[in-house]
Write a protein that binds this ligand. Structure first.
Ligand code: C2E
Ligand code: MG
Ligand code: MG
Length: 306
């Protein structure tokens, strides 16, 4: 091959080494070229989707075990490409690599506030949760942007929850912590998403500007029959409460899991047992379904549904 092809292949191998976690060497393999083409194709498609407003938002109810009502809704970005849904696990990392997550994140927040405003207005204890990537928090004007969006939509910042993962605190970047602190001063709450999957130091947890822990669904899926002993769940919930945090369990799919978590005093539950994420047009039936499911678990009498 000629020199330029050699350099090109070396470059492709370097990309693969970086993607595989850096600090390593890799030999060029023809499949790497395909992976790079696919990646570029995904990023180009995503740019087009963002520019043409093809990013949609679906909403998933979160139920409160204590009151037996839906008190929160999580907004989740959706990309429908040529009629098929691209999973967020594929396009969110691509959006983070390309920086497009900033536009997507703002769009999800704006749409969420606009579409959920009537629901939020009915009851001040309700809130909207939006996922935030570390890339967004690295922008110095993130806090201002969030507050400008809530203000322009007429949504009370106290009805907004920002979900971040433990990894945003890895860098020990006091700038990120400051942004979250100033948002909390304005009333916005912060939830630590996918808790238990990262490597956070428990010692730091008490210093982080966080209000809620969301227990990752890998822990919830350990509950099978509901008769097992799972001290890890008990400890996580106890620790969170000890630190003054509320706890939401993610990925609750069965009544046995919900019962188990409610017996451990878990504050809120989210998962397919209550409702899948739904577009705004189908939100009301999803909210009703979720409310009926939590009422049934609590043994509440539901008018019209006896
Ligand atoms: P997440 O924030 O932890 O969201 C919960 C995920 O679990 C969602 O996946 C939801 O559809 C799924 N889920 C909910 N209940 C159940 C259940 O009972 N069983 C199972 N197996 N799954 C359940 P989704 O929508 O595919 O999103 C995946 C991840 O992508 C999210 O995880 C979040 O980290 C990220 N993401 C989604 N939308 C956005 C966004 O607008 N911005 C950012 N930065 N990240 C987003
Ligand atoms: Mg989330
Ligand atoms: Mg999660």
């Amino acid at each position: 091959m000629d020199a330029s092809e050699l350099l090109r292949r070396a470059d492709v191998a370097m990309y693969a080494a970086k993607t595989a976690g850096k600090n390593r060497y890799m030999r060029f393999q023809p499949e790497m070229m395909k992976a790079l083409v696919d990646r570029n194709d995904l990023e180009a498609g995503l740019r087009l989707a963002v520019d043409s407003g093809q990013i949609a938002v679906h909403y998933q109810p979160i139920v409160c075990a204590g009151s037996g009502t839906v008190t929160k809704v999580e907004a989740l970005a959706r990309w429908i490409r040529d009629g098929a849904l691209v999973p967020p696990s594929q396009f969110i990392p691509a959006a983070e690599r390309s920086g497009l997550i900033v536009e997507i994140g703002t769009e999800v927040l704006l749409r969420g506030c606009t579409e959920l405003k009537p629901w939020l207005e009915e009851d001040s204890s309700r809130s909207l949760a939006v996922n935030v990537s570390g890339v967004q928090l690295q922008h110095g004007d993130f806090a201002e942007l969030v507050l400008a969006v809530t203000e322009s939509c007429g949504v009370d910042p106290r009805q907004l929850v920002l979900e971040v993962t433990e990894s945003v605190f890895f860098e020990d970047d006091c700038h990120i912590i400051q942004q979250l602190m100033s948002l909390r001063t304005a009333g916005v709450r912060v939830a630590l998403d996918d808790f238990g999957t990262g490597f956070s130091s428990l010692g730091r947890l008490q210093d982080l500007p966080v209000d809620t822990l969301k227990i990752d669904r890998s822990f919830v899926s350990m509950i099978n029959t509901g008769t097992e002993q799972l001290p890890i769940l008990n400890a996580m919930i106890g620790m969170a409460h000890g630190l003054g945090l509320t706890v939401t369990a993610e990925g609750v799919e069965t009544a046995a899991q919900a019962d188990y978590l409610m017996n451990l005093d878990c504050d809120s539950l989210q998962g397919f047992l209550f409702s899948n994420p739904q577009p705004e047009a189908a939100l009301q039936p999803a909210l009703d379904r979720a409310a009926r499911a939590i009422a049934a678990l609590r043994g509440d009498r539901v008018p019209g549904n006896l």
